[in-house]
Design a protein around this ligand. Structure first.
Ligand code: ATP
Ligand code: PAF
Ligand code: BAL
Length: 299
């Protein structure tokens, strides 16, 4: 099974439009989470529509000392995954095609939301993400763009950019795909040794413990109990061998990623419990959505 690979903006422009067009943006090293996004894209546009997958490791969103150089680049395998999941074309440009003048002087700024959690740990990260997402939305001109809830803050800043800057596209979030033991699929999982992977399971276990705490009782959930339940699991993993180092654990409002206040009932409706941690040299993130009214969200 094969899929056409487009390397330049000119080749992409020459791709004839067919029905509604969906785009799934990725950094490659495709896994079943990405395949799920492509299948969801196909469902959105139907058999007569068009699904374009982008594969691009965007240097602009990596900070100094991050894993830009070692990030897995597996285009041949990615083409197979994209084709099998139902993509019609893959746009995989070289860096010089996306940034012909070198680093762009003009960028999209993510604003205050881009400085919280992931943005605090990775300064400038979301400006880099939004700049390339804006470029790819212009280049692919989709009716709909799909992003994973695994990167919940990224999904929120992209949704905000599209609203604030009037991009004519629908943004759709797709639930996180997990291994049967709970680990969220991520391209960076392939950095993990078997022992590190065992420790890394604490991320999802902590989130599920927080979600269980939210579902206990009848009244409004207690944010401090949720945080404490998750923190207890992480604390154990900080003593494991190899250990986990927590970057942040936060219970936030999904629309702007501000912290949910400690008092039960002060924030009603949905919240996101998010975690970032390092195991060895690998930094992983994960999150779950939960209802502070006490009703458990479906996984
Ligand atoms: N497990 C998953 N379930 C659903 N969507 C996912 C999953 N993993 C990644 N995605 C989504 O796929 C898109 C491309 O993400 P990306 O290529 O960075 O993959 P990744 O596995 O998150 O990689 P990384 O390890 O670099 O974070 C994003 O919208 C991301 O949220
Ligand atoms: C959205 C994205 C493709 C932009 O480089 C990237 O941040 C990712 O893979 O999530
Ligand atoms: N999946 C988010 C892209 C990044 O970590 O840079």
């Amino acid at each position: 099974m094969s899929v056409p690979v487009l390397r330049t903006a000119a080749e992409l422009r020459a791709l004839p439009r067919r029905g509604r067009r969906a785009v799934v943006m990725t950094m490659g090293a495709l896994h079943e989470g990405h395949a799920g996004l492509v299948r969801a894209a196909r469902e959105r546009v139907g058999p007569e529509g068009q699904v374009v997958v982008t594969v691009f490791v965007n240097p602009l969103q990596f900070g100094a000392g991050e894993d830009l150089d070692r990030y897995p680049r597996t285009l041949d395998a990615d083409l197979v995954v994209a084709a099998e999941a139902g993509a019609d074309a893959v746009f995989a440009p070289p860096v010089a095609e996306v940034y012909p003048g070198g680093e762009p002087e003009v960028r999209v700024t993510a604003g205050p939301m881009g400085e919280r959690l992931e943005g605090a740990s990775r300064p400038g990260h979301f400006d880099g993400v939004l700049t390339v997402v804006a470029k790819f939305l212009h280049l692919t001109a989709p009716d709909v763009a799909l992003f994973g809830e695994k990167d919940a803050q990224q999904l929120a800043v992209i949704t905000r950019m599209v609203r604030d800057l009037n991009f004519p596209v629908e943004i759709v979030g797709v639930p996180t795909v997990r291994e049967t033991d709970g680990l969220a699929l991520s391209s960076r999982n392939r950095y993990l040794s078997p022992e590190e992977r065992t420790t890394a399971l604490a991320l999802s276990r902590a989130l599920f413990a927080g979600r269980d705490a939210a579902a206990r009782g009848d009244g409004p959930a207690d944010p401090e109990e949720i945080r404490a339940a998750a923190r207890a699991v992480l604390a154990e993993a900080e003593k494991a061998d190899p250990p986990l180092t927590v970057d942040y654990l936060a219970l936030v409002d999904p629309s702007d990623f501000t912290e949910v206040p400690a008092e039960p009932g002060a924030h009603t409706g949905e919240a996101v419990l998010a975690v970032a941690a390092r195991v060895g040299t690998t930094r992983l993130i994960d999150n779950v959505r939960l209802r502070l009214g006490g009703t458990e969200e479906a996984r």
